[in-house]
Design a protein. Structure first.
Length: 93
């Protein structure tokens, strides 16, 4: 069986603002490329493309969130200078 951290030991509990920033970053990465499609769908009267654009944004957000959760990626983020703010916890922790 896998070992699970107690909720009070999770990085989300220790650093809730980091979890929020990481999720917001993943959302922006997912929505960014689709923003023109979302705007075009909203401007049109039919709005059939809005559902597809929303589904795409959610899919990309899920992928980015999953990649950020990989321990090796988190270690790389902690070591990097410019992207250290995306790590689950500060380097000194």
């Amino acid at each position: 069986m896998a070992r699970h951290a107690k909720p009070e030991d999770s990085t989300q509990s220790k650093y809730p603002w980091r979890a929020t920033i990481r999720t917001l970053f993943a959302f922006l990465v997912g929505v960014g490329p689709l923003l023109p499609a979302i705007v075009a769908a909203a401007d049109s009267a039919g709005i059939p493309g809005a559902a597809g654009a929303s589904a795409g944004a959610l899919a990309v957000t899920g992928v980015v969130t999953r990649v950020l959760a990989i321990p090796g990626v988190n270690d790389l983020l902690q070591r990097s200078g410019a992207l250290a703010w995306l790590a689950a916890e500060p380097k000194s922790a």
